[in-house]
Design a protein around this ligand. Structure first.
Ligand SMILES: [Zn+2]
Length: 410
């Protein structure tokens, strides 16, 4: 690994994040337990917690226990849930925008949906930016009386963006978005809140890691099956001091030469066989996405002997090929499947995927492999937006000179 920048400040940031996340997970927690859980020295814990308390993100609390020998209440730490809020934004295929607002601890305070006026009409990128700005201002104003107000916002983006410039390079649902810099447009609005733009697979993996049930110590791969397919690889502990998932463009790997036409213009891509879009197009060819039609598909897939049920079985068969290829490329110890496609996933499909991988992967790569379903299900990307904003809170605390209206792309 090549370390760029100041190593000490990186170690400091990693320590602060670990302490903050451990308090969030274990609270109320004593400083002594915190030192053990984080595997840090008592003096490092004292320095970290003192600054977290001073900045108002963490507070002291007593739970009525008396310290042996000291005769006074034992001090515990907890996240200050009154400190401020985090938010995440997610645009679904119909153009409706889902918003989640949580406290610093990830507890949902409110959820709302900004419904597009005309269903099925494509949203232009400038309409989208305008809607985002309106939503962010609304949250900022609603929570302005809290100590820190709105502390950060994660927006999950299915389009491919250049991480440096934020310029959209590919948007499968609307080619007209190509060439637009979402990052620049949001920075120009100077909203005074850090914004994090991220791919759904990265969001879902972070969400699962921070708010889900997955205990990640080894390499993991997250597959988010939704309208399209996304894959994120999360290196296990020990591979890097500050691991972040990386997204892999896997949806357009070809599994069938001269096969079905894909949105990217090629034929036979995995996404054209194993995504919700591929399933939807079989029943509603050339029809715009509508949530009612999606629900109709879910209902039909439950009906024994229906054509949709057969098509769903086929979809998971193709999906198995994708999972096998991922096992062979990344050699992960765990594969987590999440996203809307999970609505169609029955235990028999999971068994089918496992069986296919066991039959075809090299023994070394499959012997300890676990394949799981995301505990956050469809909400993975929304919680991922919250997780990245929570991570940014610590960075902002440690670097008070950082630009408040910054927009980062992951
Ligand atoms: Zn393709």
């Amino acid at each position: 690994m090549i370390l760029r920048g100041d190593v000490n400040s990186l170690i400091r940031r990693v320590n602060f994040r670990a302490v903050f996340l451990t308090i969030a997970r274990e609270q109320p927690v004593s400083r002594i337990d915190l030192a053990k859980l984080c595997r840090l020295s008592k003096s490092t814990i004292t320095a970290c917690t003192d600054q977290l308390v001073k900045s108002g993100l963490v507070r002291n609390c007593d739970i009525g226990e008396i310290s042996v020998g000291k005769g006074r209440p034992k001090q515990y730490l907890e996240i200050d849930t009154e400190a401020g809020v985090l938010a995440s934004i997610h645009k679904d295929q119909s153009g409706d925008i889902g918003v989640m607002v949580t406290n610093l601890n990830g507890k949902i305070l409110e959820r709302f949906k900004e419904v597009q006026g005309v269903q099925g009409r494509k949203m232009s990128v400038s309409d989208y930016v305008e809607t985002l700005i309106r939503i962010i201002c609304r949250i900022r104003d609603t929570y302005q009386n809290m100590k820190h107000g709105l502390l950060g916002i994660g927006i999950d983006q299915s389009c491919v963006m250049d991480p440096k410039t934020g310029v959209i390079e590919y948007n499968s649902s609307d080619p007209g978005w190509k060439g637009f810099s979402l990052k620049q447009a949001l920075e120009r609005a100077r909203l005074g809140v850090p914004i994090y733009l991220m791919r759904p697979a990265i969001a879902a993996s972070l969400g699962e890691m921070v708010f889900g049930t997955l205990e990640q110590t080894d390499d993991c791969v997250f597959i988010v099956g939704s309208w399209g397919l996304g894959v994120a690889y999360f290196p296990g502990e020990g591979s890097d001091m500050d691991p972040m998932p990386v997204s892999a463009s896997f949806a357009h790997s070809i599994i069938q030469e001269n096969g079905r036409l894909c949105t990217c213009g090629n034929r036979g891509c995995l996404e054209a066989y194993a995504s919700v879009r591929s399933l939807y197009n079989l029943t509603f060819p050339d029809k715009e996405y509508m949530p009612e039609r999606f629900e109709q598909l879910v209902r039909e897939s439950e009906r024994a002997g229906s054509l949709v049920q057969e098509q769903v079985d086929d979809m998971w068969r193709y999906f198995s090929v994708g999972v096998l290829n991922i096992v062979n490329i990344f050699h992960p110890k765990t594969i987590v499947i999440g996203g809307r496609e999970e609505r169609f996933l029955k235990p028999r499909h999971l068994a089918l995927i496992e069986q296919y991988v066991q039959q075809h992967a090299l023994e070394h790569y499959r012997k300890d492999l676990k394949i799981e379903i995301s505990s956050l299900k469809e909400d993975g990307p929304a919680f991922g937006g919250i997780a990245i904003a929570q991570r940014g809170v610590i960075d902002a605390m440690l670097d008070s000179r950082s630009e408040k209206s910054r927009v980062l792309v992951f």
